[in-house]
Design a protein. Structure first.
Length: 310
């Protein structure tokens, strides 16, 4: 029969074996936890690096679509350089928006990459509109719109002095070619922007009350670039913007597709065939007053005004 000490040693070995197994399991758990944490940290860092690489690319694509939108929508409206703010969440970009009046920029505020246009808030009547900054917003009337009372701001030009340059949106009585529009301009006045007829009958006739378009929502092309330099092929640039917009995914794709289809249906994709239903003209009051007796001008709406010192 084994002595008591020998029995104790035997059972102590069994206890030590259990302790060793427990210690091994604990070390294995700690090691696995450390490895899992390290892998998770590596994956997180990799995701952050990928996002920091991909986000600028995605934002640039979004800004390209935004710029195309402003190439097509808005009468005499431009956007300046984008200032990008890249973050892990909610990256954004902002840019100044402005008009050009005789080559001089008129600041309209700042827009972001999620903005389509500047909001219009105040309308003391159906044909006069202002934004909250107190700036007058030009209104346009499509020639197919059934409406009797239209804005005729050309009759109010006497209130301005002889040195001021005035931006005026004019709406025609019917569609005209670009060459016909240029021919009817008073001498020394400048054709800044042209309103293109891309509307269905429902868009211009099927609204009650009759539809009045603001300068933010009309569709057309500028005759000058962002710096005020005259464009050689403004219609071609306009069509390039429309085609780019319809071929790229984004919030403006459907709208650009609709514009393109309307232009193709009306065979209005070249400078000689595109139809103009309105325009933005810049000039001094004596130049613009010549539109008072122009039967082809159905409506007129004054926009920005600047003082000339030379």
């Amino acid at each position: 029969m084994k002595k008591k000490d020998e029995l104790d040693e035997l059972f102590a070995f069994e206890n030590n074996k259990k302790d060793l197994v427990a210690e091994a399991k604990r070390k294995s758990t700690v090691r696995m936890t450390f490895i899992s944490g390290l892998v998770s940290l590596f994956v997180l860092i990799l995701i952050v690096l990928i996002k920091l690489q991909v986000t600028p690319w995605l934002l640039d694509r979004e800004l390209a679509a935004q710029e195309v939108y402003f190439d097509v929508y808005g009468a005499n409206l431009f956007i300046g350089p984008w200032e990008e703010s890249i973050r892990l969440l909610d990256s954004e970009a902002t840019a100044p928006q402005y008009k050009l009046v005789d080559g001089q920029p008129v600041y309209l505020g700042e827009i972001s990459n999620s903005s389509r246009n500047r909001e219009v808030y105040l309308s003391p009547n159906d044909y006069e509109t202002y934004n909250y900054s107190g700036e007058k917003v030009m209104n346009f009337i499509h020639p197919a719109t059934s409406i009797t009372h239209v804005p005729m701001d050309v009759m109010k030009l006497d209130m301005f002095n002889d040195q001021q340059k005035i931006e005026m949106g004019i709406s025609f009585d019917q569609p005209y070619s670009l060459s016909e529009v240029e021919a009817m301009l008073p001498e020394e006045s400048v054709l800044q922007w042209a309103w293109v007829d891309v509307y269905t009958d429902e868009e211009v006739k099927g609204n009650e009350p009759a539809r009045v378009f603001t300068e933010n929502e009309v569709i057309g092309f500028s005759m000058v670039d962002e710096a005020g330099t005259v464009l050689e092929s403004p219609v071609e640039k306009f069509m390039e913007s429309v085609v780019y917009g319809k071929n790229h995914r984004g919030p403006y794709k459907q709208g650009m597709e609709e514009i393109y289809e309307q232009l193709k249906q009306k065979d209005e994709v070249e400078e000689t065939t595109i139809k103009i239903v309105g325009a933005v003209v810049v000039g001094k009051k004596e130049e613009l007053q010549q539109f008072q007796n122009e039967p082809r001008v159905r409506a007129s709406s004054i926009g920005a005004v600047i003082n000339q010192f030379n």
